[in-house]
Design a protein. Structure first.
Length: 614
């Protein structure tokens, strides 16, 4: 008997959440446990066991399913079947042994009394999957804050005001005089007290002096239109990534829609380490493709370093995406040096993870070109030359060609604005399988370089068509729901929906992609223009499409899966292997496996909710 108690005691020490308990508490729990042997095909709870009980699987396997026969999960050695501590669920499920199984049975009342001073351990069982996941992500996000001085600091801590302005009708010379008197490097241009653009030292040099423009012309002739702004509550880190990605040095800051201050990239860089910022600056100074290739080789190392610091996957995605944008912009500049300036307004577009600011090191290319309808036939070769130069350059830098040929070098994706309007219109009005596939890629487009208004106008018309378009959204939803999260873990394997066991789990396609797809659908349904998954979920939160609680749950699941993927890839890179998305459950802790199950439950719940609306 003493040997048996020792074995139970030792076993409990290895299982979350019991591993958080003291030796004395574990000893008390051991004495409260009874051992039960369940033959294959027998059902839980055992006869005569009517009280709420935790069933700890010592050997064997259990499966639980709905009364309709839908498999909900499996338990293997070291797992804890806690479904019977919720009386309201007992009549809705059934659990049986898939093979002869040895169980440690722990009455929940005894467990609660013994662990009364360990609230976290009790909540592990009493809380829902969503609540457990939220607790874990709160802790991880707190840890991430400590890894960067900018990650949880608002822009208001770095900006300075008031904002210096100048009327649009004032001359360039008057602007230069005012900037000199104030010792400012920029002015916000206004009309009727409303901001319409920004003028900087660089604008005066490049657009006025270098072109021999008269100093007496109005500042509106050389100002930068479509001025980007930040809210004072935005995170400083996101501001830094935006500025480095867009190659801008000044950002006006607003409060309640009114301009209040200005933040510069120098303000932010002086408070942040080297890493992504230094790499971006190195890219700007690179004079040839060989130099860009050397710099790009630093990306996997940067990803590993940020992962070790405990950085969130969201921030790594934004950092890598900003660096990829900087590489692309520098290659476009080199292409323009070789082939001359663009013959008409145009833009280089990014799709996929880069467009969503969720890119990890050296993913494949997803890009396109949109240009003005004014382009004539004789001008079109310029775009082909630039597309080839940039795509080949990105490939040299480690970004492989898109296997599906979703690239600007493909004539289909290098088209005038009117053609892009037609594409989106056809995809929405005639949602055939290929159209739905294209929708999942191109509804995330963002401008990396060039005239942002070209794709913005296309997106504006698109959102007018998709908002409230139940037929199209239903087709898109059915397509998205084809990617299912695994139903549960079975020993060291992951059980996927088709019933076959695999030794690894595809984190991207079975976990992350379903959330990305859901977020895109919510955004299209509500007319939201954002492309980043977390931003889409936040903006859709509280709308008819998505409750606030559901949005928060999906964000927690998305961030947790991103962290697992980030750490897995960092491990592969350090081992000298190519990073991938295939995670073996045996390579993560038992507690992480439990939270992974929680994340999959969240996804399945949201997919089931979406399914009921079709």
């Amino acid at each position: 008997m003493e040997h048996e108690l020792t074995e139970i005691n030792t076993f409990l020490h290895t299982i979350p959440p019991f591993d958080q308990l003291t030796i004395e508490i574990i000893a008390q729990l051991t004495k409260a446990i009874t051992i039960n042997y369940l033959r294959k095909e027998s059902h839980l709870p055992p006869k005569g066991c009517d009280e709420k009980t935790l069933y700890i699987i010592r050997k064997g396997a259990l499966a639980y399913s709905s009364l309709q026969g839908e498999l909900l999960g499996k338990y293997g050695e070291g797992d804890i079947c806690s479904v019977f501590i919720f009386p309201d669920q007992i009549d809705e499920i059934k659990v049986h042994a898939e093979e002869d199984t040895l169980l440690y049975c722990l009455p929940f009342l005894a467990f609660s009394n013994i662990t009364a001073n360990f609230n976290n351990v009790i909540r592990f069982f009493e809380n829902s999957a969503e609540e457990r996941l939220n607790t874990q992500m709160t802790q991880l996000n707190e840890d991430a804050i400590l890894s960067s001085s900018l990650m949880d600091t608002s822009v208001s801590q770095f900006c300075h005001g008031p904002v210096a302005t100048i009327e649009s009708y004032c001359t360039i010379q008057q602007a230069a005089i005012k900037m000199t008197e104030l010792s400012f490097s920029c002015l916000v241009v206004i009309e009727a007290d409303k901001p319409v653009g920004i003028i900087t030292d660089k604008d005066i040099r490049r657009r006025c002096v270098a072109k021999g423009l008269s100093f007496n012309q109005p500042v509106s002739d050389i100002m930068t239109k479509d001025m980007l702004t930040l809210n004072e509550n935005d995170r400083a880190y996101d501001a830094l990534m935006l500025m480095t990605g867009k190659r801008i040095h000044h950002l006006p800051v607003t409060q309640n829609g009114k301009l209040t201050a200005m933040v510069t990239i120098t303000d932010l860089m002086n408070n942040e380490g080297q890493n992504a910022i230094n790499i971006t600056n190195m890219i700007r100074r690179a004079s040839n493709l060989d130099e860009l290739k050397v710099i790009s080789a630093l990306l996997p190392k940067l990803q590993v370093k940020m992962a070790k610091l405990g950085t969130t996957a969201d921030h790594i995605g934004k950092s890598i995406s900003a660096i990829t944008a900087a590489l692309t912009i520098r290659l476009i500049e080199m292409a323009e040096e070789k082939y001359g300036p663009a013959p008409a307004p145009w833009a280089w577009l990014a799709a996929g993870s880069q467009a969503r600011q969720e890119q990890f090191a050296h993913s494949d290319q997803d890009n396109a070109i949109i240009y003005s309808d004014d382009v004539i036939t004789e001008d079109k070769p310029w775009f082909k030359h630039v597309a080839t130069f940039v795509s080949d350059g990105l490939a040299t830098c480690g970004f492989i060609y898109c296997p599906g040929d979703i690239m600007a070098t493909n004539t289909q994706w290098c088209q005038p604005q009117s053609t892009w309007h037609q594409y989106f219109d056809q995809w929405v009005t005639k949602p055939r399988p290929q159209a739905l596939l294209n929708s999942s890629v191109f509804f995330d487009l963002v401008t990396i370089y060039g005239d942002n208004s070209l794709i913005d106008q296309v997106r504006e018309k698109l959102l007018q068509k998709t908002k409230g378009n139940s037929l199209f959204l239903a087709h898109l939803s059915r397509n998205a729901l084809m990617l299912k999260p695994p139903l549960g873990f079975f020993r060291d394997f992951v059980l996927i929906s088709n019933g076959k066991n695999k030794a690894s789990l595809d984190l991207k396609h079975n976990g992350i992609a379903p959330i990305v797809d859901l977020a895109r659908i919510y955004a299209l349904a509500e007319g939201i223009a954002a492309t980043n998954t977390i931003e889409r979920l936040k903006l859709a939160s509280g709308t008819p499409s998505l409750t606030k609680a559901s949005a928060a749950n999906l964000i927690d699941a998305y961030e947790f899966l991103g962290i697992l993927r980030m750490n897995h890839q960092a491990t592969k890179i350090q081992a000298g292997e190519a990073p991938d998305n295939y995670l073996a459950p045996k390579n993560i802790s038992k507690l992480e496996r439990e939270h992974l199950k929680d994340a999959f439950k969240v996804i399945k719940t949201m997919q089931d909710n979406r399914q009921t609306t079709l």
